[in-house]
Write a protein that binds this ligand. Structure first.
Ligand code: 26Q
Length: 836
């Protein structure tokens, strides 16, 4: 029995084991036929769920008492995305009953990995932002933070990706096909959500007709119900849990009974379809996705249901709304839930009769906002006309907030009308749009970026005007990842080694990893690290063979880039290097130092937004290059390129522990933080990367000499841009680069369609928006340093050990502690006077 993952005393654990066992036997007895892995999965989940539900009830009771005794803010993390992945392995580890389940399955003759891998990923997110939210829930539970994550229960999550002939094909992710395994339907927790309609004035002849102080009341044209489904997230070192409450839309009435009476069955069924279409599908982040009505409906639906839930809980606990801001934090995961302040104002002022100024103070106390991108085209805006038709009262409230805010700006800067224009919540430069980031900044008492550089650039660029107006609001909280999922569960081999070397406490106190640094030069440690990595690579190699038919050598250097496919992340730069290496290997088989070429397997995975043509071309190019290189016998298998389809949390758990080299090669200044970078280093991959996002802070913590840093820094990129960047000139100066571009552009890798990549290459030579060519030469040089170090296993492994040792600060637990002190604590309200 592994006693590291659960601190339960023996009696409690025995009781839990007995309960699970009894439940399991009961379920097994109800099975009609012999048990298969799928049925076993359901039974295992159900057996865990009972215990989780008990812990949930206990947690809620404790939080209600705690809220009354010592005011401690309850955190409400609003996010359109939670990328939870699979839950069974995590639940069993947290409850400390994995060995028990394993032995039950063995008795039943069921393969344990079949059970685990039979579970679908809950892929209700695009990428980093959604996975961060999931890591945060894990930390909420672990740190015993009174909290709720609020999201949508999408019927279809992130699409499944197949790549026949290298072309991305998207199919529906029908993850609820067999019903939810984990979530608990709360039939009693429902709220009514309105859309459309009009706003009525409740004043007649200048007098209040009702006691509502706004004198305004929204009369929606449509209503749907939001029903709560709770997904319970266990702590690994305690009996507390955190909650992910996901809303499911239901028709206001199950059927339109009047239509049934008329015999119009088509009309009778229609409302159902309309309501359920609300949380039908997760929108892909194509960074140009604004303006879609269904998306705006989804955002409003999430926000309204979550805030109604919060209000009713607060009222039940305290009986008054005055203290709402002191006791509740409402956190906006990017601008996607940025309607929250408008909706909270509406609920407080229109529905609860509060005065505007009181409601605004409470709103500002409660709300905080994290920004995850600097890319101007990714900043959310909504056409005023769309908002007016769908959310007329919210638009009015946004106008009112803006009116007061701009009056204040004009009072402080009377001669600067341009400033007022720039900071206005309404963009009037063309068709009028609501600027969601502006709303989020103005309504929050704290705004933060997700890594030091990003937070700095945020106040220097997109939010410069707001930072001048409200300097005290802006902070940095660098991202982190949960070591429970990303080390303990994903890499049992390394976990066991760490336990033996530095003890078991790193799971809850990742800082403890630094003790490994003193042992970095121990040859025995290096050897163990190498063996564990080799075993992980061998497992991945099998999977690669199985899924792609490509045979790779587990002794080769595994060079990995896995993340969403986006131009700024520069998967194309990676491909340019692969082709350069290919050409160099053919031209000079002896290698740069005459000792032959280091064998490499380059692995790429990631999804492209379905409407993002260039990203899809990059995926296709990876396949085309791979097809040529992998079949070229002159290389004797010393270079392979693999694109693994359908990247997601579970695939990440298999790939990351098997990586030798982690590619973090975004254009400096574009990747807000990155969190994959952290998972790789934690699992003993060395990083080749630009001076960008959290990679900078990782390099500082690890020691720059143990990270392969290359390329222009953010200020250098800025300078290039200002000077008038000429990519063509760079291509002409560098014969190797020229040959690479020429080969791809002429169709060497796409002989059946030689012009397939002409536009891609023309764009690189003509514009190169992400400065690939500017960083190419330095990237290739850094790759040579990688080869040279890998050829010296003892030195490589010592660097691996120092990398792991340096990662203690990148736990989501540290991140959440910082949010608590800087953003969510009652104290954070004291510093920085609420302004508008
Ligand atoms: C917006 C409007 C309409 C439809 C979709 C969207 C949309 C959806 C998702 C826009 C953006 C996203 C996701 C962004 C994201 O994942 N950002 C990443 O956040 C991570 C966590 O902070 C960072 O580590 C990454 O650097 C950042 O890219």
């Amino acid at each position: 029995m592994n006693d590291t993952t659960s601190p339960l005393d023996t009696d409690t654990r025995d009781a839990l084991q007995n309960a699970v066992l009894t439940r399991f036997k009961l379920l097994a007895a109800q099975q009609p036929g012999p048990l298969d892995a799928r049925a076993a999965l359901r039974m295992a989940a159900e057996a865990c769920r009972d215990e989780l539900a008990t812990r949930w009830a206990n947690t809620q009771k404790a939080d209600a008492v705690r809220g009354k005794l010592a005011p401690c803010r309850r955190v409400h993390y609003l996010s359109m995305e939670f990328l939870m992945g699979r839950a069974l392995g995590n639940a069993l580890a947290a409850l400390g009953i994995e060995p028990l389940l394993r032995s039950i399955m063995a008795e039943q003759g069921i393969e344990w990995t079949d059970v685990l891998e039979g579970e679908s990923d809950a892929a209700l997110g695009n990428g980093g932002l959604g996975r961060l939210a999931a890591c945060f829930l894990d930390a909420f539970a672990e740190l015993e933070l009174p909290s709720f994550g609020y999201g949508l229960r999408y019927r279809f999550g992130m699409f499944k990706q197949a790549t026949p002939d290298g072309v991305q094909v998207e199919t529906a992710d029908d993850w609820l096909r067999d019903g939810g395994l984990w979530d608990i339907e709360r039939t009693a927790i429902e709220y009514s959500i309105g859309f459309g309609g009009r706003v009525e004035s409740t004043r007649t002849s200048g007098r209040l007709e009702t006691d509502r102080s706004s004198g305004r009341q929204w009369v929606p044209a449509e209503r749907v119900r939001a029903r709560a489904f709770d997904f319970i997230v266990p702590a690994h070192h305690g009996a507390r849990v955190s909650t992910l409450r996901q809303w499911q839309a239901l028709p206001a009435q199950a059927v339109d009974f009047q239509a049934v009476v008329r015999g119009d069955y088509a009309a009778a069924a229609k409302p159902e379809w309309q309501a359920e279409s609300l949380n039908w599908v997760l929108y892909p982040d194509d960074s140009h996705g604004a303006g879609r009505e269904l998306r705006l409906r989804q955002e409003a639906f999430l926000v309204s249901a979550s805030l109604q839930d919060l209000l009713q809980r607060h009222l039940a606990e305290f009986g008054t709304l005055d203290s709402l801001g002191r006791h509740n934090a409402i956190h906006l995961n990017d601008t996607h839930p940025a309607l929250a302040p408008a909706e909270l104002m509406r609920l407080l002022v229109d529905d609860h009769g509060m005065k505007w100024d009181d409601a605004w103070r409470i709103t500002r106390e409660a709300v905080s906002y994290t920004n995850h991108t600097l890319m101007p085209e990714a900043l959310e805006t909504w056409p005023v006309a769309l908002m007016e038709s769908l959310l007329p009262r919210h638009l009015e409230i946004i106008y009112d907030i803006n009116y007061r805010f701009l009056a204040d700006v004009r009072a402080r800067f009377p001669d600067d009308e341009e400033l007022a224009k720039r900071v206005s919540l309404i963009d009037e430069s063309g068709v009028r749009h609501v600027r969601m980031a502006a709303l989020a900044v103005v309504a929050s008492h704290r705004v933060n970026g997700v890594a030091a550089l990003h937070s700095q650039l945020m106040v220097d660029t997109i939010f410069a005007d707001y930072a001048r107006l409200f300097p005290e609001r802006f902070h940095n909280v660098t991202n982190g990842v949960t070591p429970r999922r990303w080390l303990q569960q994903a890499n049992p081999g390394l976990s066991t080694l760490l336990d033996a070397r530095i003890g078991k406490d790193w799971r809850r106190n990742l800082d403890g990893l630094k003790a490994l640094r003193a042992q970095a030069d121990d040859p025995a440690l290096g050897q163990s690290l190498g063996l564990i990595k080799f075993a992980n690579k061998a497992r991945l190699a099998e999977r690669i063979l199985c899924e792609t038919g490509i045979r790779v050598d587990s002794r080769s250097l595994f060079d990995v880039q896995v993340k969403r496919i986006h131009e700024y992340k520069r998967q194309l730069l990676n491909l340019l290097h692969v082709v350069a290496r290919y050409q160099a290997m053919l031209a000079d088989p002896a290698g740069p130092d005459g000792k032959g070429w280091q064998a490499r397997t380059v692995i790429i995975a990631g999804k492209a937004a379905s409407a993002y043509h260039t990203a899809k071309q990059i995926i296709r190019l990876a396949h085309d290059i791979g097809r040529v290189i992998n079949a070229d016998e002159r290389l004797q298998g010393r270079l392979k390129l693999v694109f693994l389809p359908n990247y997601g949390v579970s695939l990440a758990e298999a790939i990351i522990p098997a990586a030798d080299l982690s590619e973090q090669i975004s254009t400096a200044g574009t990747e807000a933080s990155g969190t994959g970078n952290m998972k790789f280093a934690l699992n003993g991959a060395l990083t080749i990367g630009t001076w960008d996002g959290a990679t900078i802070e990782m390099a500082e913590a690890i020691g720059e000499s143990d990270v392969f840093v290359f390329g222009h820094r953010a200020d250098g990129i800025e300078k290039l841009r200002d000077l008038g960047y000429l990519p063509l000139w760079i291509a002409q100066q560098n014969p190797a680069l020229h040959a690479v571009l020429d080969a791809i552009g002429r169709g060497v890798f796409s002989p059946g369609e030689p012009t397939r990549y002409k536009a891609l290459i023309d764009d690189l030579i003509g514009r190169d928006r992400y400065f690939l060519l500017a960083d190419f030469a330095d990237y290739v040089a850094a790759q040579q340093r990688v080869d040279a170090l890998y050829a010296q296993p003892a030195r490589w492994q010592a660097a691996v050990a120092r990398n792991i040792a340096g990662m203690g600060g990148f736990s989501a637990d540290r991140t959440i502690r910082e949010y608590v002190t800087r953003v969510w604590s009652a104290d954070s309200l004291a510093s920085g006077t609420p302004h508008a």
